[in-house]
Design a protein around this ligand. Sequence first.
Ligand SMILES: NC(=O)C1=CN([C@@H]2O[C@H](COP(=O)(O)OP(=O)(O)OC[C@H]3O[C@@H](n4cnc5c(N)ncnc54)[C@H](O)[C@@H]3O)[C@@H](O)[C@H]2O)C=CC1
Ligand SMILES: O=C([O-])CC(=O)C(=O)O
Length: 320
Amino acid sequence: MSRRNKITVIGAGNVGATTAHWAASRHLGDVVLVDIKPGMPQGKALDLAESGPPMGFDLNLSGTQDYADTAGSDVVVITAGVPRRKDPKTGEYTSRDELIETNRKIVGAVTKGVVEHSPDAVLIAVANPLDAMCHVTLHESGFPKQRVIGMAGVLDTSRYKTFIAMELGVSVEDIHGMVLGGHGDTMVPLPRHTSVAGIPLTELLPKDKIDAIIQRTRKGGGEIVGLLGYSGYYAPAASACVMVESVVRDRKRVLPCACLCEGEYGYDGLYLGVPAVIGKGGVEKIIEMELNDEEKAMLDISANAVRDVVKLLPYTSAAS
Ligand SMILES: NC(=O)C1=CN([C@@H]2O[C@H](COP(=O)(O)OP(=O)(O)OC[C@H]3O[C@@H](n4cnc5c(N)ncnc54)[C@H](O)[C@@H]3O)[C@@H](O)[C@H]2O)C=CC1
Ligand SMILES: O=C([O-])CC(=O)C(=O)O
């Protein structure tokens, strides 16, 4: 009898529980939710399982504090970590980068727990600061780079496409394009490589409108924090699920993901959002697209911003 895919989600908070929800509703596999809060992943998994009859999914959904229950996972999504929050009094909110000290410890610890029981899994990092957390996950897992991927570009691209669709009054389905670079304000949307049903975006919108969409995309996470008081989770979880699906169904989607660049785009030993073919083995190939001087300069700025954060980690030799 063939076995179902096994998907583990570490951290059953907003992003983790919603990832489990999307994964179940798309029938991607059995889902194990892990969280340090006793009873909480168990409760969310049971509640989700009880939504199977009306929603028509019949998967095993369980919650646990014990990594032994995650054994043999095909994919593990690591959302455990603190999110940024808005101070209700001042309206100020922290940057993703300020989460590094807390989250590197959480992500490091959970990665060790995961790999002990799932030595062949593909790991998808989600906690922030995302690109740095990919370095933590790679280092603590000892996995090959192909099996440690970061989720950010799918989300950033999703926001970019949403804003384009809103501006043009067209379906998001017909918008094709990508956002590369680090998951921060220096990310690099690529309007020259964006089209609407094959029509270049640059023919459909004037430069000032495109520039406004780029700025809104770069600040997309912050816009949600500003409105909610904490980080968004529907779009992040949906984006993680697109990556999970490409792995478990071996779809070989071309997705912008944080991948370890070793020479690609001129960067060495640095996680950065680049287009990649995602299949059963994780990153099957990084696609090197032609960038013009302006685009490459923006990617360099973004890579430098990521490098500055990665340098704060205790064990990486500063990536070049
Ligand atoms: N890469 C991306 O594009 C995005 C990243 N994020 C990041 O994802 C992370 C999670 O965000 P939310 O789900 O909104 O936060 P949340 O606070 O709702 O959930 C985090 C969960 O992690 C759990 N946790 C903490 N330490 C743990 C440990 N050692 N083992 C197991 N579970 C542990 C907490 O108990 C909590 O339930 C944050 O770092 C956030 O910044 C959020 C959205 C998008
Ligand atoms: O901005 C945040 O706090 C969470 C995140 O990474 C995003 O939504 O892009």
